[in-house]
Design a protein around this ligand. Structure first.
Ligand SMILES: O=c1ccn([C@@H]2O[C@H](COP(=O)(O)O)[C@@H](O)[C@H]2O)c(=O)[nH]1
Length: 312
């Protein structure tokens, strides 16, 4: 699906929404693996020194771990969702690591949805959009999460690159965290904040639908912990792909998250169900030797994928 590192022109130059759905249909599930290298959780088999974020050895250890994870999963997951903050926390070496990982995933034909939740005035958003969504960017990902709090004009630069190059844009709508409702559920005449944003996004999602599947490259982030809200959003945004974080570690009940999905040709579809910590770091395996860790990791990954398959 992709070309050489950092010169990649997304072959779905075509369309992110189509690429996600086509991959999900061929794999038979919609599991997305979060690449969140929490340094304290990196297994013993990969750790080096004190794992301080400023140590070059920490970055190398993290890279070894994540390359192993990617090698073991690239044929099994629909997309990867690196969390930008985890790499930024390691300074410029961490950002370089993120670039190498994105290139590595692309060499293997994988999709990268960078979770960076960018949001700023349009002039600055243009730079964020160029940084990640322009095909000639030093670190071109396939999709980016963005924050709509500052208004629709601030997401326009990302949409522009989606129109031109088929990139995915995921707007944060109703999040998975315990405090999500405090602001996002506030009511005005038009409904809750997240419903008002969704209404505003509707025509934009419809403009960005793929020719192959009809799904939009403009998606939304909705916590897997929020099935009722998910259902309401689906009524407003029938064509938007969901990114559903919060499965696993945050205990989102995926048997209820079917409210986000709709029947496709053979299974439910319309979202990416994402897990980071719970899949990357099987409980009790932190101190395991390499062989035991690989077995535990593969077992955990397959259990999580199976749980997703079972609800579709
Ligand atoms: O509502 C949201 C939006 C984004 N996230 C991000 O997803 C992962 C979740 O990690 P887990 O280890 O699976 O809990 C993380 O990168 C969050 O920043 C979210 O959790 N909820």
């Amino acid at each position: 699906m992709s070309k050489a590192p950092n010169t990649k022109s997304f072959e779905t130059e075509s369309h992110f929404g189509d690429a996600v759905i086509e991959c999900a249909r061929s794999l038979g599930h919609c599991f997305c693996l979060g690449l969140d290298p929490h340094l304290s959780m990196i297994p013993e088999a990969f750790r080096a020194g004190d794992m301080h974020p400023g140590n070059p050895a920490t970055v190398s250890a993290t890279e070894k771990f994540l390359l192993e994870v990617i090698d073991r999963t690239s044929h099994r997951v629909v997309a990867y969702k690196p969390q930008s903050a985890m790499y930024e926390a390691m300074g410029s070496a961490g950002i370089n690591l993120l670039e190498r990982l994105v290139a590595y995933i692309h060499e293997r034909g994988g999709l990268v949805l960078l979770d960076a939740k960018r949001g700023d005035i349009a002039a600055t958003a243009e730079a964020y959009a160029r940084a990640y969504l322009a095909p000639d960017s030093p670190n071109p990902v396939d999709a980016l999460t963005v924050n709509p709090y500052m208004g629709l004009d601030t997401i326009e630069p990302y949409l522009d690159l989606s129109r031109k190059h088929g990139k995915g844009v995921y707007v944060v709508l109703r999040t998975s965290n315990p405090g999500a409702g405090a602001f996002q559920d506030l009511r005005s005449e038009g409904g809750t904040v997240y419903e008002v944003i969704a209404e505003n996004l509707r025509p934009l999602t419809e403009d960005l639908c793929g020719a192959q599947t009809g799904w939009s490259s403009l998606g939304v982030v909705v916590g897997a912990t929020a099935p009722a809200e998910s259902a309401k959003i689906r009524e407003i945004l029938p064509k938007a792909l969901y990114l559903l974080p919060g499965y696993g570690y945050q205990k989102g009940d995926i048997t209820r998250i079917t409210s986000a999905l709709v029947p496709g040709p053979s299974k439910l579809e319309g979202g990416l169900i994402s897990s980071s910590r719970a899949t990357l770091f099987p409980q009790g395996e932190h101190d395991s030797p390499y062989q035991k860790w690989t077995a535990a990791f593969t077992d955990q990954l397959e259990r999580h994928i199976k749980a997703v398959e079972d609800i579709l």
